[in-house]
Design a protein around this ligand. Structure first.
Ligand code: SF4
Length: 291
């Protein structure tokens, strides 16, 4: 069996930066303890469990809002994740006198700035993103008038009296899924200014799948089920390259029955997947060749 490790894959610069911030905060004697992380630092259970074992406390529970978490803390440092956070939550952290470390990815920050600048100029903002994803929630927290759309279907119902419309999007959106949405917006709002903000890391990982998945019988995408960019990579593999695709969290999820008759297998991983998890999958498949 031939194994094709797709490159680039795995950790992106934004994720590496956010993890490093947590590790530094835990080690730095001058950083106020305890160290809290507002949400999953990245959408990967292995990363979260490792940092948790080192002392980081993750405030991530569907039963509590981020504001409720902040209100429940009286001392220490709160780290904002790579996805960013709504401005009123930053304000709340300051009002409570807590220390704050901002781990927002610079690509996400740039999207926030673009939106703020266009709001100041009187534009109506349309944001293409996944409802309830932390990055979308943070953006929608910038201004209550921001319109969130997820699909082409959401566009036809839109009535926008403001002729000045600015359109941007979640950084980890699939470049293949976003195009029909952008086309629909361009058709309905011909004067709209569109700025596609899919980040380079997301884009090149998706493109690599389409470049490497030729004559491949099976493609494994390694990553957490909660990771939006991991799910999008699996979708690109399955729908764009029409390859039989299986999303797994680690080597333990490989069912060798899926390898029966497979001559070539490719492997990629989401931007939040630690390299050692993907390496274990590649090593296993390489070793499996003789069986
Ligand atoms: S996927 Fe892109 S936007 Fe998200 S953390 Fe990585 S580099 Fe930043």
């Amino acid at each position: 069996m031939r194994v094709i490790p797709i490159v680039p894959r795995g950790f992106c610069p934004g994720v590496v930066h956010a993890i490093r911030l947590v590790e530094q905060a835990l080690k730095d004697p001058h950083t106020e303890k305890p160290i809290y992380v507002l949400g999953m630092i990245v959408h990967n259970r292995h990363v979260v469990d490792k940092l948790n074992a080192e002392g980081a406390i993750f405030l991530d529970d569907a039963l509590k809002t981020k504001a409720e978490w902040i209100d429940s803390i009286s001392s220490g440092t709160i780290i904002i994740t790579a996805h960013g956070v709504a401005p009123h939550l930053v304000q709340r952290i300051h009002e409570k006198g807590l220390s704050l470390i901002d781990g927002t990815c610079r690509d996400v920050t740039r999207t926030h700035e673009l939106i703020r600048n266009h709001l100041q100029l009187g534009f109506q903002i349309i944001y293409i993103g996944k409802r309830l994803h932390p990055e979308s929630s943070a953006v929608c927290g910038i201004d209550p008038g921001i319109i969130l759309v997820e699909s082409e279907e959401d566009i036809s119902n839109l009535m926008i009296p403001n002729p000045n419309i600015f359109v941007t999007n979640q950084t980890t959106f699939s470049q293949y899924d976003i195009q029909p949405i952008l086309d629909a917006i361009g058709k309905q709002f011909t004067e709209a200014i569109i700025q596609n903000e899919i980040c380079d890391s997301t884009r090149v990982r998706q493109q690599a799948i389409t470049q490497f998945n030729h004559d491949v019988d099976l493609c494994y995408i390694v990553g957490d089920p909660k990771s939006n960019n991991t799910r999008n990579l699996a979708k690109v593999s399955a729908e764009v390259t029409q390859t039989n695709t299986i999303q797994i969290q680690s080597v333990a999820d490989i069912d060798t029955r899926d390898l029966i008759g497979v001559e070539t297998v490719s492997v990629s991983s989401g931007a939040s997947t630690p390299p050692e998890l993907t390496k274990a999958v590649i090593d296993f498949l390489t070793h499996y060749q003789g069986k």
